[in-house]
Write a protein that binds this ligand. Structure first.
Ligand SMILES: [Zn+2]
Length: 268
């Protein structure tokens, strides 16, 4: 049985928003259409514009043309602009300085069309406060599978017992190691006695009980992006490698009856 611990919406969010950056086909198509429309508006003499003009709007221009019932996909794009947006465009005050007019794309800083800004705009996204944190996770120089593991841990998407319990019925959610009544990701990777000992013996030399009332994302932000406590790049690699090793050692004993060994975690 394969359990899906994250929704498709999250998977499709950009990496800077905490997702994996997959593209939903629908937004993808619309962003491609926006790219074509923008090209026609900026270069009314290009081949695509000439072909469409002769077929659909021989006596007017792209923005004033009506959409015929049998039109092509490129052409149907203008059905996606709502009246409120049109209203806003009309009320933009005009400059008194005599400079040539140009159209600027609202969703990018320099007014140039980019496919990415169209895609994010269609999804209604703006850079979030956490984006520095999410970007950091994908920049840590560790193997991709460890980056993904770190991302999943932060998204509450590792099969710790209280997470599993949200998807399937569990007789209990207590930790099989220390009988703590709730095995959360913070418990499994940071607070349980074995993990706590590893963190204390590591070069970070931290008493994890200081985080017992915090969330796992607090723990991550403390080491990765906090202005005062963030680790230098090399230590960040080591930090996520320890998280990974603790998770691996959690998995092993369940199936193989191997005793967890803190120095092995730090050596691996
Ligand atoms: Zn425990």
């Amino acid at each position: 049985m394969k359990l899906h611990l994250l929704g498709w919406d999250i998977i499709c969010s950009p990496k800077s928003e905490g997702g994996l950056g997959f593209k939903k086909a629908e937004f993808n198509n619309l962003a491609m259409l926006a790219r074509n429309a923008w090209m026609i508006i900026e270069n009314p003499n290009c081949l695509l514009a000439t072909v469409l003009k002769s077929r659909y709007f021989p006596r007017t221009d792209f923005l004033n043309a009506k959409c015929p019932s049998n039109c092509s996909w490129t052409w149907k794009l203008n059905t996606h602009f709502d009246d409120a947006s049109v209203e806003k465009i009309i009320t933009i005050p005009l400059s008194h300085i005599c400079t040539p007019d140009m159209r600027a794309w609202e969703l990018s800083k320099n007014g140039r069309f980019t496919y990415k800004s169209a895609y994010l705009g269609l999804r209604g996204l703006r850079p979030s406060q956490c984006s520095a944190f999410w970007k950091r996770i994908w920049k840590i120089r560790v193997p991709y599978k460890i980056q993904v593991f770190t991302w999943k841990a932060t998204m509450n998407a590792l099969p710790a017992r209280i997470i599993l319990n949200t998807r399937m019925h569990m007789l209990s959610v207590d930790c099989t190691r220390c009988n703590d009544p709730h095995e959360s990701i913070l418990h499994a990777l940071v607070l349980r006695p074995f993990a706590s000992r590893v963190w204390f013996l590591s070069s970070f030399c931290v008493n994890t009980q200081a985080f017992s009332n915090k969330s796992f994302i607090d723990w991550m932000m403390f080491w990765l992006v906090d202005l005062v406590s963030e680790l230098p790049d090399g230590d960040q690699c080591f930090f996520v490698a320890i998280l990974w090793s603790i998770w691996q050692s959690r998995k092993n004993p369940i199936f193989q009856n191997v005793k967890e060994n803190d120095s092995a975690v730090l050596m691996s």
